[in-house]
Write a protein that binds this ligand. Sequence first.
Ligand SMILES: C[S@@+](CC[C@H](N)C(=O)[O-])C[C@H]1O[C@@H](n2cnc3c(N)ncnc32)[C@H](O)[C@@H]1O
Length: 294
Amino acid sequence: MPTLTQEPTTYGALVREGQVLLSNAGIANAAQETRWLLERALETTGLRLRLESDRTVSEESRSLAWSLLTRRMSGEPLQYLLGTQEFCGLDFEVTPAVLIPRPETELLVGEVREIAGREALPLIADIGTGSGCIAVALALALPEVRVYATDLSAAALDVARRNANRHGMAERVRFLEGDLLAPLAGLGLECRLAAVVSNPPYIPAGDLAGIQREVRREPQAALDGGPDGLAFYRRLLREAKPYLAPGGTLALEVGQGQAESVCRMAEESGGYQLMQVRQDAAGIERVVSAQFKG
Ligand SMILES: C[S@@+](CC[C@H](N)C(=O)[O-])C[C@H]1O[C@@H](n2cnc3c(N)ncnc32)[C@H](O)[C@@H]1O
């Protein structure tokens, strides 16, 4: 394992050494990632890193920089090291307790925003909320909306609550711990939801061992979609029905190649109509929405 120099060092030397280390570790965007990690470790800005390259770095900062760079070299996701990820133009806290929000999930937010925006006082449920990114982005986009956000993971819900606070949405997003829609029971929401939205775990269990090393560091419970990757869709299609208002929508993010199966499952499940599929920026069928007939 290569090591950073033990001599007193400067911003410029750390930038050069960090780039070499990350690049040798196979990190594609080594130069940019080094700068972001050093900005964090040295509590400085990208501009200062450039302009003050002769500035001496304290022993403490150097050791923090070293720790972040080595963790990144070992495959820890950049976002966990930085502690944040942007989603829908907002900054979200992320920790290893939550899935890192993905850009393609913004499509799901756009879809639900359009549907729920037609209602006067829409009620929405976000199932498997993780960092809370979908729930909080929807609450911010739709001032009249109330969101019920569930997750099985108490640790994820802690992060989600902090994200709702961070964006001033704590009053309009209610976080509930439990299995899929089970925590909604007893809240008087039956037949009232304009939309149930979910980005559930959808990787087939047998594929988990072969996924990118960074993704393997994300919570297993956020990834494992059962033997065929479709286990959560079966349950969501069935369990959302008692809560959806007539004409309400179940909007689901799906994995590559799963849209057709999910549409077929919606048909077979009964009670749904007007299945729609939307593609993400890469042309992958990414969001399936189905209207509940009631
Ligand atoms: C793919 S992640 C999505 C997180 C977030 N909604 C997003 O889009 O970034 C799926 C989430 O579902 C949660 N989850 C898994 N099984 C669950 C269950 N049975 N009931 C509720 N939540 C569950 C996981 O803890 C994880 O936070």
